[in-house]
Design a protein around this ligand. Sequence first.
Ligand code: ADP
Length: 362
Amino acid sequence: MTIEVRDLTKVYGKTLAVDHLSFEVRPGMVTGFLGPNGAGKSTTMRMILGLDRPTSGRSLIDGKPYHDLHDPLTRVGSLLDANWVHPNRSARAHLRWMARSNGLPTSRVDEVLELVGLHDVAGKSAGQYSLGMKQRLGLAGALLGDPGVLLFDEPVNGLDPEGILWIRTLMRNLAAQGRTVLVSSHLLSEMALTADHLVVIGRGRLIADAPTAEFISAATRSTVRVRSPRITELVPLLQAQLAATVEPVDGAPDAATVSGAAIDRIGEAAAAAGIALHELSPQNGSLEQAFIELTAGSAEFASHPGPSGTAPSAGQGPSVPGRAAQWSPDGSTLAPDGSAVAPPTPDAYQPAAARHTAPEGN
Ligand code: ADP
């Protein structure tokens, strides 16, 4: 069973929470739904589950809108908010109520309590549970109908390392059983360990849709730091001769960070032009840093429609110029339909280059 999100848009008042988002979630793997806080992950999940009505577009599970699924709990399980449980009700009573109201056998309740490790405390009222125990109870509820599709919204939030490892293992096992697992997170480092595939969004728009390994190797691609007393001459040279992307280094006006060119070629190009280098050093970016840069400025986004009614694209703003296009095999876009990711405009490179050419003392 697949989840299909097709051109989904959600506007709350002046806030464009989800902006023409399209992607597919396939069975047999964990798909990480990644984006900074406020990117639109929960809103998208709520629309997939029929809890929020899209402004436009639609989402389908196994080819149907959620509301058209028969016995939905046996098809789709979800954990959106672990606190959604009556505090005076015990875990067992909560799950029995869920089972009865959905026509599921109550014998399944003890099975899922065992599965999530709550069997011994199942008689305690949920109000006494820690966040980790509530997450486990939420997972038990999601698994109650033995569904083929599972959606989890930030399930590791607030958990201790043992709980995180446990959830990670559970997700991987569920996917290995052939289920379709969509799990959201704002942490790339967490998703790197859990997900086989990543759907990355910022400001409600698709930034990347790629296998995790491919995304990470692109995100952590190394850059080269150069320093030169003639940096203002070196930068345009590297851009023109090597088609490199060059960005200034904050607080170091004689330095630049170069990507898209091998370190040897940079040194050779400088030598050929007779430009002295005071530094030529490889930099290995951290995964989380790369993700923060990639989605920079996309944490919260209020819609300000332009004259054409279109919102700013994910490729604009202070995010890393050119990054959005890098994840794709053909270098243009990663959206499966070839339309959802705006390629960076040449203008996106301008501020960095312009700052290098500004008169000294600025
Ligand atoms: P994420 O799950 O990625 O953190 P959300 O989907 O919760 O992001 O939020 C996306 C945007 O929509 C945010 O700007 C958020 O403030 C806004 N938003 C979410 N739900 C509502 C709502 N019910 N009413 C108004 N704005 C909302």
